[in-house]
Design a protein around this ligand. Structure first.
Ligand code: THU
Length: 129
């Protein structure tokens, strides 16, 4: 399962729109019900409107009414491309303790985290209750 998601993400990287950084990132998410959604980074000539692959994939899923994620798989042009700080906070909103965040070099080499690993002591919707 994880390996299939990683392969999908590696292929998807080709669709990244990254003419400015030339750094390609892809994210494939799988919901707990088994649905798959994809996102790539989308850059912009004005730079700051650029969108990361993770927020693109999650927003695509959320637009389809999906909010429970089993896997969030990330691959990019560095050996292990970790989600940026903004994406960690974005993931925090939708990840629970069972959500596996997979940072993949290739389908044989990957590391698996929870959001608590990547963003400990975070601010979240719990604070607003
Ligand atoms: N990028 C992502 O898509 N996800 C991350 O978490 C790290 C950075 C993108 C943003 C930009 O298009 C390029 O990688 C270089 O920073």
């Amino acid at each position: 399962m994880i390996k299939d998601l990683i392969k999908k993400a590696l292929d998807l990287k080709e669709r990244a729109y990254a003419p400015y950084s030339n750094f390609h990132v892809a994210c494939v998410v799988m919901t707990k019900s088994g649905k798959i959604f994809e996102g790539v980074n989308v850059e912009n000539a004005a730079y700051s409107p650029s969108l990361c692959a993770e927020r693109n994939a999650l927003s695509t899923a959320i637009t389809q009414g999906e909010r429970d994620f089993a896997y969030i798989v990330i691959t990019g042009d560095s050996d292990y491309t970790y989600p940026c700080g903004v994406c960690r906070q974005f993931i925090r909103e939708f990840a629970d303790g069972d959500t596996r965040i997979v940072v993949a070099k290739d389908s044989e080499n990957y590391k698996t985290y929870t959001i608590e690993d990547l963003l400990p002591e975070s601010f979240s919707k719990k604070d607003l209750e």
